[in-house]
Write a protein that binds this ligand. Structure first.
Ligand SMILES: O=C(O)C1=C[C@@H](OP(=O)(O)O)[C@@H](O)[C@H](O)C1
Ligand SMILES: C=C(OP(=O)(O)O)C(=O)O
Length: 421
């Protein structure tokens, strides 16, 4: 799909879609729970559909009624309905599933597409091998066939927090207690808070023993719970930046008490000089003079692409650091943003874990933009192009379906003029 954008300015308001991270977690906890849970405000992006389908294969019964899911948890880990679990392109789905599905003690192959199976899994390979268990990772899939055991786990903290979340979901279901020690630097820590919060809502606990050590009592049981998914700050970020660099915007549907790390976009925008009113259920963003800043992505990697766009519109220099994980997402997001923002005439450079962007006072894009099969790159480029007030084409725009299938509908609601070809 190509997105053909015509010059326009931001206006009006939208309701932000439900959090993808919280949806994965709620669906998984409900699928592991005793009894029936009702999960409300679910949006069916490709990543969330992969988690729903996988949990059905595990034996959970999941019924959809509009944006509500009725989930009856697995009765036993012997109900596995398939030997191949397709995770599409969702890193969260794959890395959350591996320890959970290991509990079935059966031959299982996890498959996917796009870049999924090229993304690092060595943290799990090392864990399985250390316990004497098979873990075979080939370009066509990841194969396991025995259960992880309770005990002491040591993990690198700077590859992906999704390994820690995956273990946190599964270890409470083993008979004995476990400990996870995270070797610093511990990045994306905010996502562990989301995992712990959701587990606790479903009656399962794990505790920080110290800053880098989590203690997980064994022999626990998830209990059904009714839960409404909160709005997604990672998606809000695209529209919040659009409002600040274009002509203002009002965003509804999020809670300011959220634990999502990407809530940091509000502080980042304020740091740049944006004028923001906090509303009962969102924010009003006013256009203002913006000044480039130094931004730490340690706890909010998914903000990377849109903060690059903010840097292009902020006066002076923006320096983004602790960004190496952006290279191991759906695309190498640093390389992708460099290539695409240069098409606007922007001066942008990088090192393995930093990005430096100079203000571009006159962004003119004379060639087609490319989405790099990455939803966050497509959404960031849509914002960059709209604020440039020039016509633009974004190729590979269907990548938005991974997390935000209705992105362009919302884009139009706030003034964007776009034809999808
Ligand atoms: O746990 C989660 O929901 C996520 C964790 C983050 O990944 P890393 O921990 O690999 O940085 C983030 O980038 C991803 O989009 C979602
Ligand atoms: C990286 C992302 O997701 P995942 O790791 O689950 O594929 C994302 O949504 O930007």
């Amino acid at each position: 799909m190509k997105a053909h954008l015509l010059p326009s300015k931001s206006t009006g308001s939208i309701h932000i879609p439900p959090s993808k991270s919280m949806s994965h977690r709620a669906i998984i906890c409900a699928a592991l729970a005793h009894g029936e849970s009702i999960i409300q405000n679910v949006a069916y992006s490709k990543d969330i559909l992969a988690t729903i389908e996988g949990m059905k294969q595990l034996g959970a019964s999941i019924r959809k009624d509009g944006s509500t899911l009725y989930i009856r948890g697995v009765q036993s880990f012997q109900q596995l309905a398939a030997k191949e679990i397709f995770c599409n392109e969702s890193g969260s789905t794959l890395r959350f599933f591996i320890p959970i599905f290991s509990l079935c003690n059966q031959d299982i192959t996890f498959t996917g597409q796009g870049r999924l199976l090229d993304r690092p899994q060595k943290v799990y390979a090392d864990i399985f091998h250390k316990q004497g268990l098979d873990f075979t990772h080939t370009p066509s899939g990841i194969h396991i066939h025995q259960s992880l055991q309770a005990g002491w786990y040591t993990l690198k903290g700077d590859v992906s927090s999704q390994f820690i979340s995956g273990l946190l979901f599964a270890l409470p279901l083993l008979t004995e207690d476990s400990t996870i020690h995270i070797e610093p630097p511990f990045e994306s820590r905010s996502y562990i808070d989301l995992t712990l919060e959701m587990m606790e809502r479903f009656g399962v606990k794990a505790y920080y023993h110290d800053e880098f050590t989590l203690y997980i009592p064994g022999n626990q049981q998830y209990q059904a719970c009714n839960y409404t998914i909160e709005g997604d700050y990672s998606q809000l970020a695209f529209f919040a930046v659009l409002g600040a660099i274009s002509d203002g915007i009002t965003l509804h549907g999020v809670t300011s008490s959220s634990k999502q790390g990407d809530k940091q976009i509000i502080d980042i925008l304020k740091q740049f000089g944006a004028l923001i009113d906090t509303l009962k259920d969102g924010y009003r963003i006013h256009p203002a003079k913006l000044i480039g800043q130094a931004i730490n992505l340690e706890n909010c990697p998914d903000l990377g692409p849109i903060v690059c766009v903010l840097g292009m519109y902020g006066e002076g220099t923006t320096h983004i650091y602790n960004a190496s994980r952006l290279r191991i997402k759906e695309s190498d997001r640093i390389a992708a943003m460099e290539e695409e923002l240069r098409k606007f005439g922007t001066n942008i450079t990088s090192t393995p874990d930093t990005i430096t962007i100079q203000h571009n006072p006159n962004p003119i894009c004379q060639t087609s933009l490319y989405g790099h099969n990455d939803h966050r790159v497509v959404m960031a480029l849509s914002v960059a192009a709209m604020a440039s007030c020039q016509e633009a084409i974004i190729e590979d725009a269907q990548a938005i379906e991974k997390s935000y299938p209705t992105f362009f509908e919302d884009f139009k609601k706030v003034g964007g003029k776009v034809d999808l070809l």
